[in-house]
Structures are given as structure tokens and as C-alpha cells.
Design a protein around this ligand. Structure first.
Ligand code: THU
Length: 160
């Protein structure tokens, strides 16, 4: 038997304003996208935005349904839009932001397990890293090198 350890290092910022300039704009777009959320059931408005290599920013938000399992997360939404309309241009970074009523205002939103798997598919597909930027309402921001840092021992095309 041997014990394995998985560690990862990420940057924490008190405010998105200390990110690199294109990422400041990207986080602002994710925050803006929260305004497009349709979240009457959770009152948890999530916005996501992807920055493409040519500077284009694509936005998405969570879209809920009275049939709760049909709710679509902001990350899944923005990546479907990207894959349908912009797939020739690689993604540089994905930012996620939140505007909620009762949630802890200082905790950056973290993609759910299903969305981590979806993000990993897009990174594998383009064979280039997608940097992940997670922002709280207070501005506290985590900057993560790529999706596999938060999806260790992942399942992907290489396993099929
Ligand atoms: N949600 C997202 O859009 N992204 C996440 O990373 C976590 C959760 C949405 C799904 C649902 O509409 C609401 O937030 C509450 O779970």
C-alpha cells in the first residue's frame, strides 16, 4: 500500500482589482451576467463569463425551472453557448460570480461537481488550460490555474 497526496496552490485576492487587467474585465462580465439569471426558486443568481483568445467575452447565467432537476447552472450555460457559437476560438479563462440573498457574502462561488466535469471536457477539447476565477459578492476572489486542480482523479476521454 502507498499513500498518495494531491495538493494544489491557488491565488486569493481581496478584490478582483488586483487580477491582471483582462481578468478584471472578465469578472465584471460574470457579475453583470448575474443580472440575467432566472432563479426564482433559489434566489441565487449566478453569472459566468469566458474570455476567448481574441478578447471576446461570452456570458451566461443560471436558468431555473419549476421542475428543479432541470435547472441549468451558469457555467454549463455559458459553455453550451460558447461551444455552439465560438468553438474555433480557444478559451483562456472562465469567471464565476454570484448575487444571492442569504448566502455567505465572502465565499467565492465554486462550480458544482457536474459543472467541473463539463469544464474539464472543454479544456480537454481545446488542449489548452482554462484558468478559473471564482468571485464572491464581497470581492474575495480565487484564481485557479486550471479545472483539474479542483477535479482531481478526473474521468475523461482518455479513460474510454
Ligand atoms: N448554480 C450555478 O449556476 N452554478 C454553480 O456553480 C452552483 C449553483 C445554480 C444552480 C441553481 O440555479 C442555483 O445556483 C442554486 O443551486
Amino acid at each position: 500500500m502507498k499513500k498518495n497526496r494531491i495538493e494544489f496552490v491557488y491565488n486569493e485576492h481581496e478584490s478582483p482589482l488586483t487580477l491582471e487587467a483582462p481578468y478584471i474585465t472578465l469578472v465584471a462580465a460574470a457579475k453583470d451576467a448575474c443580472g440575467d439569471a432566472y432563479a426564482p426558486y433559489s434566489n441565487f443568481n449566478v453569472g459566468a463569463a469566458v474570455l476567448l483568445e481574441d478578447g471576446t467575452i461570452v456570458k451566461g447565467s443560471n436558468q431555473e425551472n419549476a421542475s428543479f432537476p432541470l435547472c441549468i447552472c451558469a457555467e454549463a450555460n455559458v459553455l453550451s453557448n460558447y461551444g455552439s457559437n465560438f468553438k474555433e476560438i480557444p478559451i483562456v479563462a472562465l469567471a464565476v460570480s454570484v448575487q444571492g440573498k442569504e448566502q455567505i457574502k465572502d465565499k467565492p462561488i465554486s462550480p458544482c461537481g457536474a459543472c467541473r466535469q463539463i469544464i474539464s471536457e472543454y479544456q480537454n477539447r481545446q488542449e489548452k488550460e482554462i484558468h478559473i476565477i471564482l468571485s464572491s459578492e464581497s470581492g474575495r476572489t480565487f484564481e485557479i490555474q486550471n479545472i483539474f486542480n479542483i477535479l482531481p482523479l478526473s474521468f475523461g476521454h482518455q479513460d474510454l
